[in-house]
Design a protein around this ligand. Structure first.
Ligand code: ZN
Length: 151
């Protein structure tokens, strides 16, 4: 069962890295941040459109990097769109606990499955920074910090 799960996770991650969702620069984005992971060379620009009600109305990204960094950015944009700033940061915190191996499982409501899939990278410690890069950039964009590095 674990083996089947692992294969499913890999398929989903491969699909997102080959066909990244929300790979664009929205003209009406009002928050953005550039993230860099010197360990792997991944770069990402995250663009958010925050509504007056605190909702993330749109989330998109552009970037270059390894499959994990692209897949993670793609999945992150899908996950945070429609969430509030607080919800997005809570999901980021939960995701970090997963990839760092501090928690085996998390309950993130309807997003649990997608976060658990991405968290498969915890078996590859070198890849943890690749997987969290876009999330750091998303969080920095909301905090009006235009630059973030994983180092
Ligand atoms: Zn990488």
């Amino acid at each position: 069962m674990m083996e089947e799960l692992r294969e499913l996770y890999q398929e989903v991650i491969l699909d997102h890295s080959k066909n990244p969702r929300n790979f664009r620069h929205p003209e009406d984005a009002n928050h953005e941040a550039h993230g860099y992971n010197p360990l792997c060379g991944d770069t990402v620009n995250v663009y958010l459109k925050m509504g007056h009600n605190g909702l993330i109305e749109d989330a998109a990204f552009e970037g270059k990097g390894c499959a994990i960094s692209l897949a993670s950015a793609s999945m992150m944009t899908e996950i945070v769109k429609g969430k509030t700033e607080t919800e997005a940061k809570e999901l980021f915190a939960a995701f970090q606990k997963l990839v760092k191996g501090e928690e085996e499982f998390i309950d993130a409501g309807e997003e649990t499955d997608r976060l658990m899939m991405l968290a498969g990278v915890k078996d590859f410690p070198m890849r943890v920074k690749c997987a969290t890069l876009a999330w750091h950039a998303m969080s920095s964009a909301m905090d009006e910090k235009p630059e973030v590095s994983t180092e």
